[in-house]
Design a protein around this ligand. Sequence first.
Ligand code: PLP
Length: 361
Amino acid sequence: MDCKNASKWRFFTTFVRNFFGLMKEIDWSNLGFGYMPTDFNIRCHYKNGQWGELETSDSEMIPMHMAASCLHYSQEAFEGLKAFMGKDGKIRIFRMDENAKRMQASCDGILMPRFPVEKFTEAVKKVVELNKHFVPPYESGASLYIRPLIIGTSPQIGVAPAKEYLFIVLVMPVGPYFKGGFQTTPFCILREYDRAAPLGTGIYKIGGNYAASLVAGKRAHDLGYSNIFYLDPKEKKYIDECGAANFFGIKNNTYITPKSTSILPSITNKSLMQLAEHLGLKVERREVPVEELATFEEAGACGTAAVISPIERIDDLDKNITYRFSKDGKPGAVCTKLYEQLRGIQYGDIADPFGWVTIVE
Ligand SMILES: *Cc1c(COP(=O)(O)O)cnc(C)c1O
């Protein structure tokens, strides 16, 4: 067999093995959020100043130079999005063009070459098609998580951007965020940690920001909270983000979300703002002082993982103040409505008036 046929044969055997092994192996309704191997991933190499062709791989491993710039100087950016199986048996991918554009912004932020938007969406569609029997069934409430990333791969010991890069997109089925139904959880404020600097890289989706958040996240988890609330790093006066999710509060029929130079522009938040407006709410994007938390009727953390994670209360551990957003521990009416509408669009249960979903045939 020549090289091409050998690889075709390998793909075929992988496919057959997984297709027959799958039904008994994956318990869709008990999936968590963790790595799981799937059949294929898509790769693309940047060399001599340009991106090459998309390649399909069935290997989970990458060969890597020990002096690659991603390993030493964190030249790494990533994205996270999902594909959903509808009742109609169609697979829908949510707002992948937005992820493509945000990844370009992240590349600009750490001097990596932009990955073209059309190539990004082509790679995402292709990886979903190739792994389509890993898209969890509609009834499970689970979805296929799609993780694109770009890393600097060429050796770089002086601090400078790499000359070569690798784009990869991998997928894995992930469980529903809310196992026991849509629920509120507690968060905390701890002023001794920052995730990002005011004029730093907080606005980019890059691995470095996540390394910087691990200690604070662990503290919050150890104390029994869902996650930590970061305040603006300069004055510690305004709300920034909660863990790796954006914040919003609801009062007087208004959706209010922080404006800051150190938060990541969430696509879920952007979508919720459009939905809120569509549902007749006012939308404000502005600085949100910590004390204003006392005036919100409802509050939530938002991101691809949960859509909305409604907040039960925020304990300001430095000041010994508790802000409550739920009297009975249940999510409020506005959070619930927004959540149901966005999920409905993602799964194809309700019409998509915004053109947010791409159907994979
Ligand atoms: C990814 C991410 C979010 C959520 O963004 P979505 O596009 O809604 O998933 C929020 N904050 C941080 C720091 C993130 O990395």
